[in-house]
Design a protein around this ligand. Sequence first.
Ligand SMILES: [Zn+2]
Length: 529
Amino acid sequence: MRFVSAAAIVFVALGAHAAEAPADLVLRGGDVLTQDPAHPHARAVATRGGFIVALDGAAEKLVGPKTRVIELQGRAVVPSLTDAHAHLVGLGFAAAAVNLRGCVSAADCARRVAAARPNRGAWTLGRAWDQNRFADGKFPTHAALDGIATPVSLERVDGHALWVNAAAMRAAHVDRTTKDPAGGKILRDDKGEPTGVFVDNAMSLIERAIPEATAAEIEAAIVRGQSLALAEGLTEIHDMGIGGDVTAAYARLAAAGKLQLRVYAMGAQSDADRLLAHPPVHAQPGAMFTLRGIKLYADGALGSRGAALLAPYADDPGNSGLVITPAATIEKIARTAVASGWQVAVHAIGDRGNRNVLDAFAAAGVGPAQRFRIEHAQVVALDDIARFKRLGVIASMQPTHATSDSPWAEKRVGKERIKGAYAWRRMLDAGVPLAFGSDFPVEEPSVVAGFRAAVERGGWTVDQRLTLDETLRAFTTGAAFAAFEEAWRGRAAPGMAADLTIFDRAAADLVHARADATIVAGRVVYERR
Ligand SMILES: [Zn+2]
């Protein structure tokens, strides 16, 4: 220590002074799962100015006359809980749409729709139907909804298909002469008439006729979604594929101090050219809103057989799914993004979709420094897992997808390919960086459901289960890394963001816990009553 610089002395002096000032908030008497391997548990944590300033005894010493003290009484605290793949506006709108989750038939869904009022102009929007829950397992048709005279558009549970009535098809000018768009499919009867189900890119034929949400409706949806996410204990979400209108709404809410949940966002594929024309703005520590990624779609989803597979579906031998964005297009965008500093995240569900993305990234010169991501990485050829590691591609996965899809996933892909499906354990063992999320509103926004799905897998393909510690890392430090935030988020340590979730019980039973309180930037933004 002979050559201590002046800067180091100043830093130490400031640090010592700062540590003596009273804290804004002290949590004590609990078990803070710090996610810091050098110091995995702390009994207390102190925050000031939106950041953590001390742990343990040093934290307890910072209680001053104005400090708020929360007695944890043994409860677990997790720092920086993040949903690394979510759709907040979708969650807000979903809360306002007709909920068809759990419907057991087309008629059952139609009854729920008929009981509701139009919720977007003259249209009635609904969500979360799943024909796999119907007794016949078949896609529904418009006929079941034709008792309703106004347009009805209902999104499938995975967001990859719309089921509409005749009024909606009339409003959208869709009939037997309408051609299937590239990467999409209009389901038809044997006379060639549309049956009312529009898959993947064909959804846009209907969507363009639905009145657009106003700026005020978007802001209201964000605020509604934010309350739901905070109540689950989330302190940040990665919002996947937002348009310019949503970006503007976030910016307005952040400027007005109304954004209480941190948002790390990816722009929509349709905005890629516009976004790539300028380098992204890199977030300062403590930022509430950041846009520095672009979200692309390689393929569709497994439930609607839109996921692109290397060989045909096991339960649909003529069909290998849909390539939504060709590898050459992904490569071109990736190359530009590498040069300009944008992060690229690509939705890929099938083994063909995943391989296309890996091929495109490799050809574009992507390496670990870029931290490019594959969203879902749901069915991956076993040979391709090592390529994630080599290219430094983050596997951004959603544990609850495995438990939701387990009743039918193996029927789609068969015995062999299921080994690379929802294969978190294989990814982790291969050294692939993991980030976990829920894809809400596709799944419920519950992060605890994510813990449980990762640790227990509903008893399905249990060789891929993770430990609770491994699971927490993917929802905290893994998610922070996937957003270039690891210097100031992800762990509980002095200097890190004061983003803390207090659960209602000790760490041992976290898979059944509920959030008691959520703290973002040192402010208690949710408390369970
Ligand atoms: Zn998604």
